[in-house]
Write a protein that binds this ligand. Structure first.
Ligand code: PHE
Length: 359
């Protein structure tokens, strides 16, 4: 009789519990260490063996019953809580989808990735340098002393100086060649790096913009020669323009930082107004190059009696225009959305040498 009353009381309490905290209180009152059922269990020891057996079994049944009720209520409360949450978090799946932002990869970024992939495959690391450069790195170290006419030809942007500062002003780098010096300083020899990046010249017409992109190459070793330069550039052009053969023409030229120097043209045709690389009777200049001048090696802290090598500098925008048939350089930097969508690349077009550079 006593147990029946207990059972009814606790089952009613379980039913009435409105949340997990109330339920826990019921559990403690009945089954907790100091709970009512536990207290009754403790009195079993004082009973006669026969009575203890019967009372013990009955208490255990009661305990299991209350425990089961507690568990059932607990999961019912959890279900109710989930239902309540779902009711507040509903989503109307019949609404029209949000338009995805239609960003594209800029041709300059895409071509930079292509160039990096090809040269990485040939063992060149990527190096970087600052765009605001000391005039020593941009000029002097590259064998362009202050009175050298090349300083004028570069149409340099000079940074403002603090008042009273008489040191030569920093410049916006006019080419990526100062990274040759920085790479020599940082890595010594032997070394094989390319450096893609922005360069600046005060120049603006339909084939020039005040900011454009170059990629510098530098390879130093004990006996690196013009032959290595020629092979490297041919290999690059074949991979980059994705044609089975290319023909390059090395034209003797002059740069203060290379000796000998060569400008490199690529064979092409303009038949029907369509540019084709690797065939035809026309030549297009694509880069400047040569053997690194001993004075430049010395400026980079490298012993010119022990080391030699080649360097080149190529216009990234220019080879992007050639490869993808983009007619106007200035459009690269006008941020016209129609142009960007037309000439831009999908974010998934990651260029790799093995997987194909472009599709
Ligand atoms: N720095 C040269 C330019 O901007 C290109 C170049 C780089 C030439 C390296 C030779 C060697 O025109």
């Amino acid at each position: 009789m006593e147990l029946d009353a207990l059972r009814n009381r606790y089952l009613a309490a379980v039913l009435a519990a409105g949340d997990e905290a109330a339920l826990e209180e019921v559990r403690l009152a009945a089954l907790g260490k100091k709970g009512e059922i536990s207290a009754m269990m403790a009195t079993l020891g004082k009973m006669e063996p026969e009575a203890r057996k019967a009372a013990g079994a009955a208490l255990n049944v009661l305990k299991d019953e209350i425990d089961a009720a507690l568990r059932a209520k607990k999961s019912a409360l959890a279900d109710a809580a989930l239902d309540a949450r779902l009711a507040t978090e509903w989503l109307d799946v019949t609404l029209p989808g949000r338009p995805r932002p239609r960003g594209t990869i800029h041709p300059v970024s895409q071509v930079t990735e292509e160039v990096i992939a090809i040269f990485a495959d040939m063992g060149f690391a990527v190096a970087e340098g600052p765009q605001v450069e000391s005039d020593w790195h941009n000029f002097d170290a590259l064998n362009i002393p202050p009175e050298h006419p090349a300083r004028q030809e570069h149409d340099t942007f000079f940074m403002a100086r603090a008042e009273g500062d008489t040191r030569p002003p920093h410049v916006l780098r006019t080419h990526t060649s100062p990274v040759q010096i920085r790479a020599m300083e940082a890595r010594g020899a032997p070394v094989r790096i390319i450096c893609p990046g922005r360069v600046y010249r005060m120049d603006m017409d339909h084939t020039h913009t005040p900011m454009f992109h170059q990629v510098e190459g530098l390879a130093l070793g004990r006996d690196i020669s013009m032959a290595h330069l020629k092979w490297t550039l041919e290999e690059f052009c074949r991979a980059f323009f994705e044609v089975p053969s290319v023909e390059l023409r090395f034209r003797a030229s002059h740069f203060p930082f290379t000796e000998p120097s060569a400008e490199v043209d690529i064979r092409c045709s303009w038949a029907g107004g369509q540019l084709k690389i690797g065939e035809g009777d026309s030549w297009l200049e694509i880069l400047g190059s040569g053997m690194v001048h001993p004075k430049v090696l010395a400026a980079g802290g490298i012993d010119p009696t022990q080391w030699q090598g080649f360097a080149f500098g190529m216009g990234i925008d220019r080879i992007a225009m050639l490869k993808y048939g983009i007619p106007d350089l200035r459009a690269f930097f006008e941020s016209d959305l129609r142009w960007l969508r037309h000439y831009g690349f999908s974010a998934l077009d990651m260029p790799t040498v093995s997987g194909g550079l472009s599709r």
